[in-house]
Write a protein that binds this ligand. Structure first.
Ligand SMILES: [Zn+2]
Ligand SMILES: [Zn+2]
Length: 155
């Protein structure tokens, strides 16, 4: 698999909000939960956990949407694309929707979550599947496994 080198740029559907990542993902995910089904208007959402210091909004002002709760879901104010999420109580990474990137062809989900709510036909090719979320102490091993498999710009 060929990966584009960092930094990578991206933006929303209309282009008013642009962003840049300069660090490889810690982990990549697909989430089958019914909340993600609604917010993505699709069978599942995709996430790339980008270290916060390697994530930058370079143009435009994303607004909070989704549940307006402790986890903050950021959208383009004009085209309403769901662009990224800052998870509740976690500052060191941002969950970017990887299809915002100008080139997301490198992306594959390493884990999938909430298979308990999955549409019966939905297949993601993820290496590890979880009925809900992994236990908190499983993340270290998962991020190691993902790094060994090869995140962008590490090969
Ligand atoms: Zn937009
Ligand atoms: Zn979800």
């Amino acid at each position: 698999m060929s990966h584009p080198s960092l930094p990578m740029e991206g933006g929303c559907r209309c282009g008013q909000v642009r962003l840049k990542i300069s660090a490889p993902p810690l982990l990549t995910m697909a989430c089958h939960c019914t909340g993600c089904q609604k917010m993505s208007a699709s069978a599942f959402s995709l996430s790339a956990a980008i270290p916060s210091e390697g994530f930058e909004v370079t143009q435009g002002e994303p607004v909070i949407g989704g549940m307006h709760g402790p986890s903050r879901h950021y959208f383009c104010p004009h085209c309403k694309s769901w662009m990224f999420t800052r998870p509740e109580g976690i500052d060191f990474f941002v969950n970017l929707r990887p299809t915002m990137l100008d080139d997301s062809s490198w992306f594959t989900p390493y884990i999938e979550t909430f298979t308990s709510e999955m549409l019966p036909w939905a297949a993601t090719g993820a290496v590890h599947s979880f009925e809900t979320f992994p236990a908190f102490d499983q993340y270290e091993g998962l991020t190691q496994g993902y790094a060994e498999q090869g995140a962008p710009a590490t090969r």
